[in-house]
Design a protein around this ligand. Structure first.
Ligand SMILES: [Zn+2]
Length: 273
């Protein structure tokens, strides 16, 4: 049966209406999801004067499978904050936060007056490539640091590697922290939805972040983490460190919630020691 011109016209009209509605819905959703642009700090009135380009990038090591480990250094000030992610390759929202933070700081360098941000989006690229917690040798990098490293006891399932800092990713992070001597460090993980701090010197950093994202603060995530990065910072580096544990959520939702929190971490004055 042939369709009448009227019905063909109506079909076409509905098609146009459907496209228009879906793009309208899409733009509404986009508008709702668009992250709030954090305001520049009010205390900064002078423009940032830079002697060198705002950002320099370096390969600070290679993974087991030879993938480059990238660090992006923004700003030139003396107050150094290290932010890194994708230690566990299955925590897929975490590198997005670091990349978004990097893009934000490049658009708004006024945040970097007197400061420097060292940003590592991915510490475990082999794990990220396979969506796996561990590195390509099956080692959990966050159980491989010196300081509190030990072998698992009977019934414990963690995978610390053959000896402390046996893994190239761990060695690279130790070199990076020794090179830049950060005043404070934010290590981003999923999915425990809390702020875990290590040592009393890290409490203020946790509070500054919690004021912006509302996460629960804890000094104990509920199970032992021998060879963890937090304990390494506390016992050996003597640096303030907070593990920012996102819930399972979309990368964009995680960034919307944490943009101001990460900027607050960079802004916080933190004495050494
Ligand atoms: Zn993790």
């Amino acid at each position: 049966m042939k369709t009448s011109p009227t019905s063909r016209y109506l079909t076409a009209l509905f098609a146009v209406a459907a496209v228009a509605t879906s793009s309208l819905t899409f733009s509404l959703v986009r508008a709702q999801e668009a992250p709030p642009e954090p305001e520049a700090p009010r205390i900064l009135t002078e423009p940032l004067k830079l002697k060198a380009p705002l950002e320099s990038s370096e390969v600070f090591g290679r993974s087991v499978q030879g993938r480059p480990l990238w660090a992006h250094v923004l700003g030139q000030g003396p107050e150094v904050t290290l932010v890194f992610a994708a230690v566990h390759g299955n925590e897929w929202a975490t590198p997005y936060l670091v990349e978004q933070l990097r893009a934000h700081l490049k658009r708004h360098p006024e945040w970097l007056q007197g400061r420097r941000a060292v940003l590592v989006p991915v510490l475990n690229p082999d794990g990220l490539n396979r969506r796996s917690r561990v590195n390509a040798r099956g080692v959990d990098i966050n159980r491989n640091y010196p300081g509190t490293w030990r072998r698992p006891r009977r019934g414990e399932g963690f995978r610390p590697g053959a000896y402390p800092a046996s893994e190239p990713e761990t060695q690279a992070m130790i070199r990076l922290t020794n090179k830049y001597r950060p005043h404070k460090i934010v290590s981003i993980h999923q999915p425990l939805h809390c702020l875990a701090y290590s040592g009393a010197r890290s409490r203020n950093l946790a509070r500054a972040i919690a004021r912006e994202n509302g996460y629960r603060i804890t000094s104990n995530i509920g199970y032992p983490t021998p060879g963890g990065f937090g304990a390494y910072c506390n016992s050996i580096l003597k640096t303030a460190v907070v593990t920012l544990e996102l819930p399972w959520q979309s990368p964009q939702a995680a960034w919307n919630r944490n943009a101001r929190a990460l900027l607050a971490a960079i802004m916080l004055p933190q004495p050494r020691g």
